[in-house]
Design a protein. Sequence first.
Length: 223
Amino acid sequence: MQPGAAAAMEPALGPQEKYHLITRNLQEVLGEDKLMGILKERELKIYWGTATTGKPHVAYFVPMSKIADFLKAGCEAPWELLELRTRYYENVIKAMLESIGVPLEKLKFVRGTDYQLSKEYTLDVYRLSSVVTQHDAKKAGAEVVKQVEHPLLSGLLYPGLQALDEEYLKVDAQFGGVDQRKIFTFAEKYLPSLGYAKRVHLMNPMVPGLTGSKMSSSEEVGP
């Protein structure tokens, strides 16, 4: 070690300091006691998934700022991306994080198809489908699945697939907007029925769009 190197190193954060970084500026946390329990034993592993439905917009800086906090707190962050346009999203998201000074060493990008096509995942989809009611599946996706007169079956499957991601990514917590709350409580209810652990859920507030609802990359505004 070079002289003076030890003095330049930042002091290790304690569990309470990490907890503060992880939860500050969030709108809601489900599983606070479990979160603190994990932080007392080891680093937290957090998952944030995004679907590549359109162009990333300025509101993406809200979760980016929280991911900066997670990484500063020593968390590992596997980031799930869907297959379509993943390379574009990965490059844009990395650039956004670097623009606000976030180191990327502990950030890992994971494509859903890396594990969602496995035999085990498929069998769990069937197992979950055998215990989830149509009412609960529809209610869970109400804030994030487009509500139309003739909904597709995929909209009912979506909450269950997102819940299973928590187990197959082997994370302790999932992070998302408060619009994900019903999916998070759905996961807390149904994952234990498959023998899997209930995860911690961290929610940031939503940024309103020009139309008055939440800002969404899947909705085009203007010409």
